[in-house]
Design a protein. Structure first.
Length: 415
């Protein structure tokens, strides 16, 4: 028998494994190189230390500020004349146009004059009778004066003649008064305007019966150039203002009456300024305010009685006022206004302020800051109290009012 050697079967994949070993080794070496690469890099340098925050500041300087206050008020006519009937009778004519301007002594109504003409004629006739009687009585008294000397008439007859003459003279005087009264009443039948101004609607028409006993209202005439503006100011504010004036912290706005400007209902400014005339001497117990009255020219008739306005009164001048922009002032949790200022050590300091009023876009500060302090205006969000800061001049805002202009009204800083 022929014996054949047993052949060993080949293992699958062994040749492939022998072929891939060099490639696997190379891949492992590459991976190790990649893993070792970060370890060979240098660590990044630490970030540079932050310097002081840059903030915009303004340096406070005292300036003269005219202090004013806005108060609500009402317009009232300079003169108000109620045209009323002074005699009784029928209205025959109305001689004006409602809402028109009338002159002083212009005829407005005509009341039927016939009864009053008759009364005047009767009074004149009675006066003539009295004047005729007085002539006879005087002659008789004169004649008895001669006869009594010779005892031709008794003393009693003479006295009676003298008394009759005096009674006749009194009748003449009464007759003259009656004529004057009748003449006055006849004149009252022609109703005239007592003042120049604008007349309102007529309260009566032709044919209406008016009574002197009830003083029937016929129409109303109002003088509208000039006009008054009545405003009410707190008595507390008046007392405080006078104390500051007496102490010398404020100066009076002017020697003449204080200047007053008006803001109309639509928010626009009235074209002419007025002057404060007087302040009442009585405080209203219900409101605690005092009435102030200002006089304004009104040539164009823009101001009407009863119109609501806001009056801006110049109270005084503060020659050493410190103004801080409103954007630099905030309020803390207690509601107190405060601001950040740059201290002598170059760090931000929190200052609690006392604010009197608003002046344009600024606050008038009376305590908490002094002249020469640097107040932080820009970059407030980048600093905290006690943090070092780098002060640079703040960027001005065009809308801010100049410090010399003052339109002041009581207010408080916003949160």
């Amino acid at each position: 028998m022929t014996t054949h050697p047993r052949s060993t079967p080949a293992r699958p994949g062994l040749s492939a494994l022998r072929v891939n070993l060099p490639q696997l080794a190379l891949a492992a070496l590459g991976l190790l190189a990649l893993l070792a690469l970060p370890a060979c890099r240098k660590p990044p340098p630490p970030p540079p230390a932050r310097g002081p925050a840059e903030v915009g500041v303004i340096t406070l300087a005292p300036t003269a500020v005219a202090l004013s206050r806005e108060l609500p008020g009402r317009v009232s006519a300079f003169r108000v004349a109620e045209v009323r009937a002074r005699v009784s009778g029928i209205v025959q004519k109305r001689l004006f146009t409602e809402g028109a301007d009338v002159r002083a002594n212009q005829v407005l109504y005509q009341i039927d004059p016939a009864p009053y003409r008759a009364a005047l004629a009767s009074a004149k006739a009675q006066l003539a009778h009295a004047e005729a009687s007085v002539v006879s009585a005087r002659q008789l008294a004169s004649r008895y004066a001669e006869l009594v000397q010779s005892n031709a008439v008794s003393r009693q007859d003479y006295d009676n003649a003298v008394a009759a003459a005096k009674a006749a003279e009194a009748d003449v005087a009464a007759g003259q008064a009656a004529v004057e009264t009748a003449s006055i009443n006849l004149g009252y039948t022609t109703v005239s305007s007592p003042v120049s101004g604008r007349i309102g609607r007529s309260e009566v028409t032709e044919g209406a019966y008016v009574r002197a006993e009830q003083a029937t209202l016929l129409a109303t005439v109002q003088q509208l150039d000039p006009v008054y503006v009545d405003v009410a100011q707190s008595s507390t504010e008046l007392v405080r203002l006078r104390r500051e004036l007496d102490a010398g912290r404020l100066q009076r706005a002017g020697r003449e009456g204080a200047k007053v400007d008006l803001i109309l209902e639509d928010g626009g400014a009235y074209g002419a300024s007025g002057a404060l005339q007087f302040s009442d001497v009585t405080v209203d117990a219900s409101t605690g305010s005092v009435l102030l009255r200002a006089l304004f020219p009104n040539p164009k008739g823009e101001l009407w009685p009863g119109m609501f306005v806001r009056a801006r009164l110049e109270e005084a001048v503060n020659p050493q006022a410190l103004l801080v922009p409103q954007r630099a002032v905030s309020r803390d949790q207690k509601g107190e206004p405060n601001a950040l200022a740059v201290g002598a050590d170059g760090k931000a300091e929190l200052r609690v302020l006392t604010v009197d009023r608003a002046v344009g876009n600024d606050w008038l500060v009376s305590a908490g800051l002094r002249a020469g302090d640097q107040v932080i205006v820009d970059g407030l969000q980048k600093v905290r109290p006690g943090a070092p800061v780098k002060a640079v001049p703040a960027t001005p805002i065009p809308s801010e009012a100049p410090p010399t202009a003052a339109s002041a009204q009581p207010s408080q800083p916003q949160r």
